[in-house]
Design a protein around this ligand. Structure first.
Ligand code: ZN
Length: 418
């Protein structure tokens, strides 16, 4: 086992650990550990809400989830000799839930969760159709996930980190804040918001000294979006065996990681669409000196996906185009066409006895494939979503005998705002 350089004690909060991580991006958050090019090391990760979501049959915790506390990130880890302009090579050697004999209170100890976040607290990809909070708990048996809240499905996990990235420079951070503030200013009262400005409340900034804390907390970027540093990319294919090349913006690179997922579908569509969990990740790092210029990598990461994805031989795919539900034609709107493809799949799955919410949660968590199939055929973009038929206990293919309904044993817990 590689040396554990960021341990987390499951009985303690993220802020009560020996080494304190962070939940914002800022160049002045000091590294918690230093590694060398060529080193392998192990890091523990807390699930993104640090234990606020529970293994129970209520969705009130999702409805009231403390969004200002996310994401609980492990790091930053400084890489000796890394300088701005380098490419940081990160290999994912291994990762998984916290090894534990009995399932405990924290996600990752034998279980994880998927949430539909309500319109008034985060929203999601289909928040107009699904404005309330719902939750599904998934149980892990070896590599397999099943849920008492979504009967009749099981699938092999495609474990990956939702979030990993390098620290921004002061200049890059200022650029993020300026461009996101300009977007927010176009509709400052929108629910859900267009973007999240810096938020000092609940900021965790590692060992930033108290004399600088308020200033840094007022500047530090939220971790929700992916940006030039990688960040919350939520790419389900960053499984074991992946190699990612991150741009380096500060001396030491200052790599951070968190938001581990047991599984996720393309798009992570319910917002908390993956199966969220804590766990461990083993990384190996190296450097390509001046690699950003050598390979013209200025904007965001490049990567080689892992080779351990579950293999499915048969898919049932649903398409959607850029026409709104009320019939309005939009011009090559790929976002809308993927929404329509997903709604198409959800409508279909309800004929087998699933509620729309169960189907939505399933599309978030299962290893579905999403594709931009056509983006040039004016006026309609065509997006498609592929469901592996083998994850269902029943045959979900269309046939002349009609749908066989799934044996109903569970419902997805629901919570609305009063
Ligand atoms: Zn996540």
């Amino acid at each position: 086992m590689p040396e554990l350089i960021f341990p987390l004690d499951s009985t303690k909060k993220f802020t009560d650990q020996v080494k304190i991580g962070h939940n914002r991006w800022h160049p002045e958050i000091p590294p918690v550990a230093q590694v060398r090019p060529g080193d392998s090391f192990r890091v523990h990760c807390r699930e993104w809400f640090d234990g606020a979501i529970h293994n129970d049959d209520s969705a009130e915790d999702v409805r009231d989830a403390p969004l200002k506390t996310v994401h609980a990130l492990s790091g930053p880890f400084a890489v000796e000799g890394a300088e701005p302009g380098d490419l940081l090579i990160v290999d994912i050697l291994d990762l998984g839930p916290i090894p534990q004999e009995d399932s405990g209170p924290l996600a990752g100890q034998g279980w994880g969760y998927t949430g539909i976040f309500p319109l008034k607290n985060g929203g999601g990809f289909l928040t107009e159709q699904f404005p309330d909070a719902y939750k599904a708990i998934w149980d892990f048996s070896g590599q397999t996930a099943t849920s008492r809240h979504i009967p009749g499905v099981s699938f092999v996990g495609i474990v990956h980190p939702g979030l990993m990235g390098t620290a921004p420079s002061a200049e890059l951070l200022a650029k993020w804040n300026a461009r996101e503030a300009a977007l927010i200013a176009t509709a400052p009262n929108r629910v859900p918001p267009l973007a999240l400005p810096p938020e000092p409340q609940d900021a965790i900034l590692g060992s930033v000294p108290s004399s600088d804390f308020d200033r840094v907390a007022g500047e530090a970027a939220r971790t929700a979006p992916p940006r030039e540093n990688g960040g919350n990319q939520d790419i389900k294919n960053l499984t074991q065996g992946s190699r990612i090349f991150y741009p380096v913006f500060v001396p030491g690179a200052n790599l951070s990681v968190g938001d581990l997922h047991f599984s996720q579908g393309d798009g992570e569509i319910t917002f908390c669409g993956a199966i969220e969990m804590g766990g461990f990740i083993d990384l190996h790092v190296d450097l390509i000196k001046n690699g950003m210029q050598t390979y013209n990598v200025g904007e965001n990461t490049i990567f080689m996906p892992g080779r351990t994805a579950p293999q499915y031989s048969e898919w049932l795919a649903f398409s959607g185009t850029s026409v709104t539900l009320s019939g309005e034609q939009r011009y090559l709107d790929s976002h809308l066409s993927y929404q329509r493809a997903c709604l198409h799949a959800i409508d279909y799955l309800t004929t087998f006895g699933y509620t729309p919410e169960q189907a939505y949660l399933l599309l978030g968590a299962a290893p579905i494939e999403g594709r931009l199939s056509g983006v040039v055929d004016i006026p309609n973009a065509c997006a498609t979503v592929y469901l592996p038929t083998a994850i269902f206990d029943i045959d979900i293919r269309p046939s002349s005998s009609g749908p066989i309904r799934v044996a109903k044993t569970g419902t997805a817990p629901h919570a609305a705002f009063q």
